[in-house]
Design a protein around this ligand. Structure first.
Ligand code: SAM
Length: 156
């Protein structure tokens, strides 16, 4: 399985995904920050995770071919990125593949982005469905976060 972690940060989700897909899978960690990509590369080398590739992206360009990914992860990212980044996340997802969006609930919590920058799960869902994705699951992840899983339609 090929997973792309868009806005991977320091790799909080990249490393568990790497374990999950195993040696025959691949995890691409992409982020606009060169510093964070360097950090993931260092950590991947230290931990001998040869199935991780870390790449610097631009808000309007993820340097990967279209329809490459079985799964795309947007973790704590959707509330802060422009539409061009969401379009790129959908472009790299294969038809029938799934995008998982984890984000902060739109309520006051200790830590996290300002409430006015956050997207409620219903808003995130509406935004992502606007890119032609179909929601197939939604989870409450405890006091601070929710997760959505959406599928890219297969071609008719
Ligand atoms: C709040 S952090 C989340 C990191 C990680 N996904 C996590 O949940 O721990 C958001 C990350 O998105 C990156 N980022 C911001 N805008 C981006 C964009 N347009 N495309 C890709 N990454 C972006 C930031 O550099 C930062 O590392």
């Amino acid at each position: 399985m090929t997973v792309v972690d868009v806005g991977a940060g320091s790799g909080f989700y990249t490393f568990p995904a790497s374990e999950r897909v195993g040696p025959t899978g691949r995890v691409y960690a992409v982020d606009v920050s060169q510093e964070l990509i360097d950090l993931i590369r260092e950590r991947a080398a230290e931990r001998h995770r040869s199935n991780i590739e870390a790449l610097v992206s631009r808000p309007d360009h993820v340097p990967l071919p279209g329809e490459l990914a079985d799964r795309v992860l947007l973790a704590n990212v959707l509330h802060g990125v422009p539409p061009a980044t969401v379009a790129e996340a959908v472009r790299i997802l294969r038809p029938g593949g799934r995008l998982v969006d984890v984000d902060w609930k739109k309520e006051s919590t200790p830590g996290g982005p300002p409430v006015e920058h956050r997207l409620a799960a219903t808003e995130a869902r509406r935004t992502l469905e606007g890119y032609g994705l179909e929601t197939n699951a939604e989870w409450d992840l405890g006091p601070y976060h929710y997760a959505l899983m959406l599928e890219k339609k297969r071609r008719a």
